[in-house]
Design a protein around this ligand. Structure first.
Ligand code: NDP
Ligand code: ZN
Length: 175
């Protein structure tokens, strides 16, 4: 059984009716695949559990998927990592943002890798295909917040952290 391919198919099915926020409303699945690609082909991460968690990382937060469903199909370790990178949607947005900064230092090393890849992918998207209605100020706020999160988890993977810093440095070019 190739669990990685199964995770890609699972995420594609769960996100099938969702789109990203860019002007072209890109298919949602492009984003989890981008995370797995950054981890594997730029960060040289070959831990299958991390790559599967990256493919599934937004399923709990943004679809009807349950942790039990992930555990049954992909195991407890994957389910725990996905839970670690999932915001509590019952909380107000500003509080969720604050908690990401507070929690980033205390999550598992595997969850830190997924979080790093998520921030890298989102900064690249904001630089290259941003949400259609975002002001420059809002993009800058997102860059600043992402760095505040990542600064709390440094020391886990120097190569991915350097890739994050590279993505972050595009801030000067955004309009
Ligand atoms: P959102 O959380 O609403 O949107 C950002 C998230 O959208 C990303 O983290 C990513 O999440 C997802 N996403 C989907 N498509 C894209 C894309 N093309 N590029 C980048 N990300 C994409 O917005 P904020 O992060 O701004 O959070 C809301 C906060 O913003 C509030 O706390 C509020 O204080 C503030 N705010 C600021 C405004 C301003 O003008 N300055 C206006 C309104 C709110 P994922 O990876 O999970 O899919
Ligand atoms: Zn994401």
């Amino acid at each position: 059984m190739n669990l990685l391919i199964r995770a890609a198919a699972f995420a594609a099915e769960k996100h099938r009716n969702q789109r990203r926020k860019d002007a072209h409303a890109s298919p949602y699945i492009n984003h989890p695949i981008a995370l797995a690609n950054v981890l594997s082909n730029e960060g040289d991460v070959n831990d299958q559990v991390v790559l599967i968690a990256a493919l599934l990382h937004d399923t709990l937060e943004d679809t009807e998927t349950t942790a039990a469903e992930i555990e049954t199909q992909f195991g407890l370790e994957v389910a725990q990592i996905v839970q670690e990178v999932t915001d509590d949607k019952r909380l107000p947005k500003a509080e969720r943002k604050r908690l990401q900064i507070e929690h980033a230092a205390h999550i598992s090393p595997q969850a830190k890798l997924v979080k790093l890849a998520d921030k890298i992918a989102n900064l690249r998207d904001i630089a290259n295909s941003p949400p259609a209605d975002w002001s420059l100020e809002r993009k800058r706020e997102y860059f600043a917040w992402s760095k505040a999160v990542v600064d709390q988890l440094r020391g886990v993977h120097s190569k991915l952290e350097a890739i994050f810093d590279q993505a972050w440095s595009a801030q000067d070019q955004i309009k």
